[in-house]
Ligand binder design. Structure first.
Ligand code: C5P
Length: 286
């Protein structure tokens, strides 16, 4: 039976702006996204002759269609009309769950890429991204990866000049935040501060890593409950004290990451943060 092993990379938000609420209940967003080497590993097998099966190494994750990876396989089948003959997906998780790093969306995107190749469906990346729209708002970006501007619900994508390669320290505090709740919180306030997205785009075009890092901002940080906000800010100060060019919360959090041009400084930030936070990673942009 055809079988393929693929990587699903984590994403980070270099910027995240919420422009407003839409009639369909979603929000219009403007985000600069970046993928990093930290990845889940998926093995996708077709022609099993059995019902769709998902297995993960984290017992609390769903192993049915509620898992975005399964939902992606079903969407691929429905949209391309290809008969998969039964699919089994095994997921080895490394990207923290509910962390604002798009782990589930990236797993879904990896399934779409794997099935496209295995079945020779010949979907271009943008067509594959389109199939991902029904699975989740971040799935289309995860299909493309790299550095990109995501607008609309997150599905309107513009590839950008790649962020200059750099070292990234990622730290996820132990609390988790409900995504719909954070969107509701943003709806209820006048945001004090917005990211300078145009400035980030200009810095990317100039290959100016420091210029990007200095301008990173995520509006969700403003509406975190006070204790969580303090913890996010504390992680940011540790990253900056160790020499991060900039640090930001990713997605709806709570993960905070810092960008470094110096591997030794990145390592020392990682070493300090991992003493307090189990989910601390040293990785790089891809
Ligand atoms: O599309 P996805 O299932 O990832 O979205 C999860 C939730 O996040 C939505 O139900 C919605 O509450 C919120 N969301 C939003 N606007 C977006 C993306 C997500 O309000 N652009």
């Amino acid at each position: 039976m055809p079988k393929e092993t693929v990587l699903a990379r984590a994403k980070l938000n270099l910027t995240l702006d919420v422009l407003g609420k839409r009639p369909d209940g979603y929000h219009d967003l403007k985000m600069v996204m970046q993928s990093v080497a930290l990845s889940d590993t998926l093995t996708v097998e077709t022609g099993t002759g059995e019902d769709l099966k998902v297995r993960t190494d984290l017992s609390f994750l769903p192993n049915n269609e509620k898992n975005l990876a399964a939902s992606a396989a079903l969407a691929f089948q429905a949209q391309t009309g290809r008969d998969l003959g039964g699919v089994a997906i095994a997921i080895e998780k490394h990207i923290p769950v509910c962390a604002g790093m798009g782990g589930g969306s990236s797993d879904a995107a990896a399934v779409l890429r794997a099935l496209n190749g295995m079945l020779g469906a010949g979907c271009e990346p943008l067509a594959l991204a389109k199939i991902g729209e029904a699975v989740g708002s971040d799935v289309p970006y995860c299909v493309l990866g790299g550095t990109a501007l995501a607008e609309g619900r997150g599905e309107v994508l513009t590839p950008l000049p790649a962020l200059p390669r750099c070292h990234v320290v990622i730290c996820k505090p132990a609390f988790s935040i409900s995504t719909p709740e954070l969107f509701r919180a943003v709806d209820g306030v006048r945001l004090k501060c917005r990211p300078d997205t145009d400035g980030v785009l200009t810095a990317l075009a100039a290959g100016d890593l420091g210029g990007v890092a200095r301008r990173m901002y995520n509006v969700f940080e403003d509406v975190l409950p006070p204790r969580q906000q303090a913890e996010v800010r504390n992680i940011r100060s540790v990253l900056v004290q160790h020499g991060a060019l900039g640090a930001n919360m990713s997605g709806t959090g709570p993960t905070v990451f810092g960008l470094f041009d110096d591997p030794d400084r990145a390592r020392s930030a990682w070493e300090e943060l991992k003493q307090t936070y189990r989910d601390t990673f040293l990785t790089e942009t891809v």
